[in-house]
Design a protein around this ligand. Structure first.
Ligand code: UDP
Length: 328
């Protein structure tokens, strides 16, 4: 199949590219490299079935692509993170909303057989129900969540109005090799492992009693592939319901690495939810999908990945913000 993956140089996008190439498909990866890294595509770039285009999705037109048609279109590009979206909503609107509009229009022009959109579990805001099923009302709490939800609404709309064979999956806290290790706004898995390797304290925010449920990236990619082959039109939760507090998670890393580590406590960021946990009944019933890799195994693999990086490579996993916001 001929595939397009937007956000190809990002953490999840690059794993999806690798999986598609391994299945013998050809892939055009698109990324503006604002947060994605070409290093994530090192293996893919050695494959003649892979091409890369550096471009922001909102500026993309069919003329930019050396393709007349495309079978599968995976739209993963977007601006992530909550707090910066409050500071700069315009950028989030342009990339997450207008960018998704462009992707949908392009997909129509290219006559795609399946369009898959990576939506966010932040659409639920602070839900009343845990684990949270897809039927929970959406109450986005900040511009990031709102723009991702607007993207999803458009995807559903294009499905209804233009019969675009599109589907949306709602992601819950994904981790694994290549995850970002940003300071203030980074996903906690990468942040703690980065801190471990830098020999600096873990920065637990609040009292560490908030819980999250972490899904290993290979499980997510398997969920994406199964969803692709289904004819499911409605949003589906993909995540791992196994829950842990952030404080206990820090303890788990200490146990795995066998060395002690100081923990410092920082203020809880705006709207940091006390809990996030997917109900995956629908994914199980519709796709026969459930996570296979438990946290102990996923943590081991992710730690091995970060440990294998040179200190230069490790620094490159940080955002530009790392020094500004991270440990002093
Ligand atoms: N967190 C933390 N220390 C950090 C980064 C994050 O304690 O250095 C917490 C964060 O406040 C949240 C949880 O870990 O409660 C998961 O954060 P992440 O950014 O990974 O994802 P979120 O679920 O908040 O989108």
């Amino acid at each position: 199949m001929r595939c397009i993956v937007t956000g190809a140089a990002g953490f999840i996008g690059s794993h999806l590219v690798d999986a598609l190439l391994a299945e013998g498909h050809s892939v055009l990866g698109i990324d503006d490299l604002s947060t994605g890294r070409t290093k994530n595509l090192a293996a893919a770039s050695a494959n003649s079935a892979f091409q890369f285009l550096e471009k922001n999705i909102r500026d993309l037109s069919k003329g930019d692509l050396a393709l007349e048609s495309c079978d599968w279109f995976f739209h993963l590009a977007g601006r992530a993170d909550l707090v910066p979206s409050i500071v700069n909503p315009e950028d989030y609107f342009q990339v997450n909303v207008e960018g998704t509009f462009r992707a949908l229009q392009l997909a129509r022009e290219l006559g795609v057989k399946r369009f898959l959109y990576a939506a966010s579990s932040t659409c639920y805001g602070i839900p009343d129900t845990y684990p949270t099923p897809e039927s929970t009302p959406c109450k986005p709490e900040h511009p990031y969540a709102l723009t991702k939800l607007m993207g999803e609404e458009m995807v559903m709309h294009w499905h209804r109005v233009y019969q675009l064979p599109a589907v949306s999956l709602r992601l819950f806290n994904v981790y694994g090799p290549r995850s970002r290790t940003t300071g203030a706004y980074g996903a906690v898995f990468g942040v703690f492992l980065r801190q471990k390797l830098a020999g600096v304290p873990f920065t637990v925010v609040g009292d560490g009693s908030q819980t999250r449920s972490f899904c290993y990236v290979d499980d997510l990619v398997e969920g994406i592939v199964r969803l692709l082959h289904s004819d499911c039109p409605d949003p589906v939760n993909i995540g791992n319901p196994d829950e842990i507090t952030i404080g206990q998670f820090a303890e788990e890393i200490i146990k795995l690495t066998g060395t002690d580590q100081k923990v410092i406590y920082k203020d809880l960021p705006i709207d940091d939810p006390k809990q996030r946990q997917p109900d995956i009944t629908k994914a199980k019933a519709l796709l026969g999908w459930e996570p296979q890799i438990d946290r102990a195994e996923g943590l081991k693999r992710t730690y091995a990945y970060f440990k294998s990086l040179s200190s230069d490579e490790l620094r490159q996993t940080d955002h530009a913000n790392f020094d500004k916001y991270q440990i002093k």
